[in-house]
Ligand binder design. Sequence first.
Ligand SMILES: [Mn+2]
Length: 319
Amino acid sequence: MMREDWRGRIDAADGDSGRRWHQVVEPLDAAARAGVALLGFMSDEGVARNQGRTGAREGPRALRRALAPLAYHAGRGTPLYDAGDVACEDHDLEGAQATLGAQVAGHLGRGHFPMLLGGGHEIAWGSFQGVAEALARDGRLPRFGVVNFDAHFDLRSGPPTSGTPFRQIRDELAARGLPFRYLCLGISRASNTPALFRAARESGARWILDEDLVWPRWDAACQVIDGFVDSIDALQLSFCLDAFPADSAPGVSAPAARGLAPDMAFTLLRHLLDRAGHGGAHTKVVLAEIAELAPCHDPDGRTARLAARLVHDIVTPLL
Ligand SMILES: [Mn+2]
């Protein structure tokens, strides 16, 4: 754990109720009791292969720094761990994804909730490998699904990149004779060609366009989300920061002109988590991940702050 990333103000006079994340997070060791495990994926090799702007390799570090000063709200006293980073070296994306998957499987096996800090969206194929191993063990893989907040489907064919992870997941599930349940929230018609929409249809993907994720259509969006969440027992929650508009999230590979307004995205996220029983005795959410934070395109840190708030909102109900 990089201590220098976890620092911030200390309100000593307020005791335990004045604590912030940097005062609570601990390094994860093998004997630790079940908690939330923050795990970074230092890679933008998938972005580079996908002809995108690189920079997401440094995302985990910037995200930790944005998380450090957040107010800590303890509910049940679940520990919060920093499980370190998996880094892609020498362009070995497949190796890094396999390592990430092995670490995720290990954390899940010890009862932790993995909260992944990306990294390009190629993170999702790595994390899925670990999720699949854990769910195959406990029998939930047949009722597994993915919800992805994203402007893009990331269902491309061809060699593995940041644009292919959900097609890789689809193919892996198909090889096991299992269905692919995939719901995309925030898809942009301007950013996906008719060929990509056709690939999504042929994959059985469901989606809601960014233009339909507006308050007058709230009830319709919730019906789709509820139907999807109710149809599964185990959920991988993926959040690509390019689902937000460029003025809110400039620090990504492909900033969106329109995107989901943050208040809509956060409210949808909350609704989804509630529907999945997140924060109750049993959550369907197996793992969550934030993708595409590229600090070099985020000079005032606003994308990192938005990403940190997402992590906060996903993790706090578990703490
Ligand atoms: Mn994506």
